[in-house]
Design a protein. Structure first.
Length: 251
């Protein structure tokens, strides 16, 4: 029997989206993992960026047990999560043109690196300029976004473009415009967002692909282990010493 409770409906919606991205984005996931592996082999560094709730998925691949030690968070002050007060400041900063360029110019990124940019709508100035400027600097850019926004909304950047227009690879999260999966007659607005679930799964699928791609080339993937398992700290110390010049969250 189908579970028609709100919780059951949400799980059904999230699982359906995960099935879609698994099937429809398989090629893009494989390509993204190979791009990250290529970057590691060539001595490049890996970065992830997201603003607001999109930052949650970016943070989830940084300093993560079971994840690649080389993933670094490219943070824009005031836009990482909702810890800034007022929380609405983060949304306002996403629309400020020129901010992305200033951040990249003062960051450790350089030509040959790879940058994952997470933005559900991909319509604000910050992710658009982050992608444009990063590519101009010689970085490879992977965009994680809902492509539907590009056809159902308008860009907030002066160029009229979206994040997806400035990436080497695009992963489409398939999230509907508005990021709310449920409706009820008794609730005045759509509710229950699934973008974090789906986007995080997409990125972890890319990380898994990258790790396996490195192993296939005879390169030990620089993976972190949990500090809560015996030997985890020693393992991580070895990895961080070996790749210390490409890890920036320790400095």
């Amino acid at each position: 029997m189908s579970d028609r409770t709100p919780a059951g409906q949400f799980f059904d919606a999230a699982i359906g989206l995960l099935h879609r991205v698994r099937e429809e984005e398989a090629g893009a996931i494989e390509a993204a993992g190979a791009l990250l592996a290529d970057t590691v082999v060539r001595g490049g560094r890996l970065f992830a960026f997201g603003a607001g709730h999109s930052s949650l998925a970016a943070q989830d691949v940084v300093y993560r047990a079971g994840g690649l030690a080389l993933m670094n968070l490219l943070a824009v002050p005031g836009t990482v999560g909702v810890d800034v007060v007022p929380a609405t400041l983060g949304s306002a900063l996403e629309r400020v043109e020129g901010l992305a360029g200033a951040v990249l110019e003062t960051s450790p990124v350089r030509a040959g690196d790879a940058l994952v940019i997470v933005s559900l709508s991909g319509r604000n100035a910050l992710p658009v300029e982050m992608a444009r400027t990063a590519r101009a600097l010689g970085l490879k850019v992977i965009g994680v976004t809902s492509v539907a926004y590009a056809t159902e909304t308008t860009s907030r950047h002066a160029s009229g473009t979206f994040l997806k227009d400035h990436c080497d690879l695009v992963l489409d999260s398939k999230i509907s415009v508005g990021d709310a999966e449920l409706t009820l007659d008794t609730v005045p607005a759509p509710f229950a967002p699934a973008s974090t679930v789906v986007t995080t799964a997409l990125l972890q699928a890319v990380m898994a692909t990258a790790a396996a791609s490195l192993a296939d080339r005879g390169v030990e993937p620089p993976l972190l282990r949990s500090g809560n398992v015996d030997g985890g700290h020693e393992w991580n110390g070895r990895i961080m010493e070996e790749y210390g010049d490409r890890i920036f969250y320790r400095r």
